[in-house]
Design a protein around this ligand. Structure first.
Ligand code: ADP
Length: 479
């Protein structure tokens, strides 16, 4: 079932984005139209009013110069010239009674507004009115203006252009808005679909993965946008998960393998003793060998647990001062006899006064693993050197040997749990020592690096940060 079918259309992000887009577009278009409408109508009204005022001032001049009869004649001529349905003139007394008018047959509905006349004399300013006449399309603009203190001119002008504009505006507004909203919805839908298609691809991939195919990856369109970034991050996350799962599988294979051998040995010894052994000494030997194998198993399991805890930082971090100089010297004292037994020369050069913040037993364990390996993987006649010093604000300890070395292809893997190089299989070991050593170094805010050449030797260098001035500066690692 496709993704879009599973989610009803109304709930899709694309649909909601389209609605928003079309809505915002419609509101913006309405505002623009309203502004335009207000501007045009006020412009038309201003022009109409100016026309009426010009007319009034002409009549006022005529009244003053040629008398009221000339005004009356002029009113009739003007009204007929413009059209009796377009304009009318009325001369009124100051109390509102009609004195004279042009042909009013078309304008019967329009009376005299006495309040307007009162306002005219009170304010001494012409008074304008806009009147709707029932049954007629156009509005009428009326002006009351005093020609002299006793005579008022009432002029009415049909606002044809104004009404025409309104009518046209309404028609175009509806048509244009319909087209624009449809267009905006179309464009919005297209854009929203384009934007969410990447998200859908990621969801599809995630669904396939949850069905069990971790090999799937989201296609990256290469547009360099946020969706590409999301796809890249998602793919990186999948790579990491796949690598982790591979690591877990390898590790559980190794654990199974490493547990099976000693258990098989225990079982073999027990079986042989049961079937053939009669003497008590043979049972004693079996018990001793079982204890030895169990110790090895326990040691391995404990080391694994310690690595996990150190990596996760679940043990309590003591964060105490570690006298690193003494710790290294003690470790050297401990391992020197083993080197001597194997005819391996042992040198050490430890700087005085080295200190760091951490956990002494853990640091001891880390050094033991490195020294044990150096002696173990160095044949008789070789040498092991330990140097501890301070460099660039850090405490460094380097364990160098002239042993069997590590091949280039094995080098990146030696810190993996259970990894053992082929040439070292003849030696005892679990393949966990270096994993633990590195986990301890990292838990102290440091690290281990290695340089090695097959048949020439290896140098393991541990770098650890110097003590922190305050306890609060200590790293968040816990072990
Ligand atoms: P192991 O118990 O096998 O020593 P480690 O985790 O300590 O396990 O080391 C992993 C592998 O790295 C070893 O099996 C060995 O092959 C290689 N290795 C470690 N230290 C050295 C060294 N000093 N010289 C050569 N090879 C080494």
């Amino acid at each position: 079932m496709s993704l879009r079918k599973r989610i009803s259309l109304g709930h899709t992000l694309a649909f909601r984005l389209t609605l928003w887009y079309a809505g915002i577009f419609a509101v913006s278009a309405c505002v623009a139209f309203l502004l335009f409408y207000t501007l045009i109508t006020s412009f038309i009204l201003e022009r109409t009013d100016q026309e009426l005022l010009d007319q009034a001032s002409r009549f006022s001049l005529l009244l003053a110069t040629q008398g009221v009869d000339s005004v009356k004649d002029s009113m009739i001529i003007e009204s007929e010239a413009a059209g009796v349905k377009k304009v009318f003139f009325r001369l009124l007394y100051a109390d509102g009674r009609a004195y004279s008018s042009t042909n009013m047959s078309y304008w019967q509905d329009i009376g005299v507004d006495e309040t307007a006349i009162k306002a005219l004399f009170r304010e001494r300013d012409p008074v304008f009115q806009k009147i709707d006449i029932t049954g007629r399309a156009e509005k009428v603009r009326i002006l009351y203006s005093a020609l002299n203190p006793g005579i008022v001119l009432q002029v009415g002008l049909a606002m044809e252009s104004y009404s025409r504009f309104l009518e046209a505006f309404r028609k175009y507004f509806i048509a244009t808005m319909t087209i624009l909203i449809l267009l905006a919805a179309g464009v919005g839908w297209f854009m929203a679909r384009r934007a969410v298609s990447g998200v859908e691809a990621i969801t599809r991939t995630a669904q396939k993965i949850s069905d069990g195919t971790l090999k799937e990856r989201v296609p990256v369109k290469g547009r360099g946008d946020e969706i590409d970034q999301l796809a890249l991050t998602f793919n990186q996350m999948l790579d990491r998960i796949q690598a982790l799962l591979k690591e877990i599988k390898e590790m559980s294979d190794n654990i199974a393998h490493d547990l099976r051998s000693p258990i098989a040995r225990i079982r073999g010894v027990a079986e042989v003793t049961l079937t053939s052994g009669k003497a008590v000494s043979e049972y004693e030997n079996m018990a001793a060998s079982t204890i030895e194998e169990c110790d090895r198993l326990l040691d391995m399991i404990n080391t694994m647990l310690m690595i996990s805890k150190t990596e996760l930082g679940v043990n309590s971090f003591s964060g105490k001062d570690v006298d690193f100089t003494s710790v290294v010297r003690q470790a050297n004292d401990l391992f020197e006899p083993a080197a001597e037994d194997k005819s391996v020369a042992f040198h050490c050069d430890v700087q005085d006064g080295l200190h760091l913040t951490g956990d002494t037993p853990m640091i001891q364990r880390m050094l033991s693993n490195l020294l044990d390996n150096a002696i173990k993987y160095t044949p008789s006649g070789g040498s092991v050197s330990v140097a501890a010093y301070e460099s660039q604000g850090q405490v460094v300890v380097a364990v160098q040997d002239t042993g069997i070395g590590i091949s280039k292809q094995d080098l990146p893997r030696i810190f993996e749990r259970f990894f053992r190089c082929d040439q070292s299989r003849s030696q005892t070991g679990t393949g966990l020592g270096l994993s633990l050593a590195r986990a301890i170094a990292r838990a102290h805010g440091g690290d281990i690096t290695v340089v090695s050449m097959p048949n020439q030797g290896s140098t393991f260098t541990v770098t650890l940060p110097k003590p922190y001035s305050t306890q609060n500066d200590a790293p968040g690692y816990e072990f």
